[in-house]
Ligand binder design. Structure first.
Ligand code: ZN
Length: 340
């Protein structure tokens, strides 16, 4: 009951990359960089296990950014000539690569870190991939001329990599779709369908993470404009409830999401965000257990997973570590409180 997991990313150590940045520059190259990525992955596996988490991730130490880490391994994309594009409905500008030809995987994308992680933890291993709709929103299209067509093309590539990750021994494959909270109608119309293409044929557990973004200023400012009640999930959850995706990760603690929206996910495992990633204040175990208690009004006990609201990548290592411990301690307290 109340398994604990992170959404996905963790801070990169200063010897691996620039710290507290969303698109950090690597500190080395070639074989040295590969070794540094491996070392950082092992360090975070150990830290998650020491904190007492039940589901372990690679902390996304081997990718610069959660979308571009995948896109870098795709043929048909010009990574040399990035352009500035407003992303997430122009919430902020990003330097994005351009799609210039039919899309095809160059080979395996995440074999190195997935196999490494599998070798070094006996716990459940979760691996994250960007969702098709979020990828489409983070690249410039100079070829397809149609969002849905391009999303389906990316979904096929994601499916190829997801099946290979499953063969590597990954237990849970999670697709990250923050774009679902920005283009709600599109998400319901074709985003969920694209996700199901990406997850086609998987027999491991499948998950989707939908959030209000990392704790960066552009997102914090955006959230200020969303009003008293954040009802974005209301438009997307019914489509997800009907889908084959088994777990859904959502923001809860310190968000303005009405908790009763979790009811719309009937039948799914719900990864409830009990850790705020936009604040350096460490949650107390009591606060974490309280959030779990709130979610229990709408989610059955055996369906509730305690999670972070989003990735912890732009935070300091110390804060992230303390938050992992708060997550595990809070879930343990909730088991005592609500376990009977
Ligand atoms: Zn997120």
């Amino acid at each position: 009951m109340f398994d604990t997991a992170i959404a996905g990313s963790l801070p990169k150590p200063a010897w691996l990359a620039e710290t507290e940045k969303l698109w950090p520059q690597w500190k080395s190259q070639g074989a040295e960089l590969q070794q540094a990525k491996a070392d950082a992955t092992l360090l975070w596996i150990k830290a998650q296990e020491d904190a007492g988490l039940d589901v372990i991730g690679d902390g996304e130490q081997a990718r610069q950014h959660f979308v571009h880490g995948f896109v870098e391994q795709v043929e048909g994309i010009d990574f040399e000539h990035k352009v500035t594009m407003g992303i997430r409905n122009n919430r902020y500008d990003a330097q994005v690569p351009q799609v210039v030809a039919p899309l095809k995987l160059k080979g395996r994308v995440h074999a190195f870190e997935a196999q490494l992680a599998r070798k070094h933890t006996k716990k459940k291993l979760k691996f994250t991939l960007p969702g098709p709709m979020t990828i489409v929103d983070t690249v410039a299209d100079r070829f397809y001329g149609d969002k849905v067509k391009m999303a389906m093309a990316f979904a096929e590539l994601l499916n190829q990599e997801a099946l290979a990750l499953q063969a590597d021994g990954v237990d849970i494959i999670q697709f990250d779709e923050p774009a679902f909270n920005v283009y709600m109608q599109d998400a319901a119309d074709w985003g969920v369908a694209a996700l199901e293409v990406a997850a086609r044929g998987l027999t491991c557990t499948t998950a989707v993470h939908i959030c209000y973004g990392y704790g960066i200023k552009a997102n914090v400012d955006w959230k200020q404009t969303l009003g008293e009640e954040w009802r974005q999930y209301e438009q997307v959850f019914p489509a997800l409830a009907k889908s084959s995706i088994q777990q859904v990760s959502l923001e809860c603690f310190h968000s303005h999401v009405p908790p009763e929206l979790m009811q719309l996910l009937d039948g799914k495992d719900v990864m409830v965000g009990v850790i705020d990633v936009a604040s350096d204040v460490i949650e107390t175990p009591e606060q974490v257990a309280d959030t779990i208690g709130l979610a229990l009004k709408y989610v059955p006990k055996h369906k509730l997973i305690a999670c972070t609201n989003c990735g912890l990548a732009p935070m300091s290592r110390e804060v992230a570590m303390a938050k992992l411990e708060a997550l595990a301690q809070g879930a343990a307290l909730a088991r005592q409180r609500y376990g009977a």
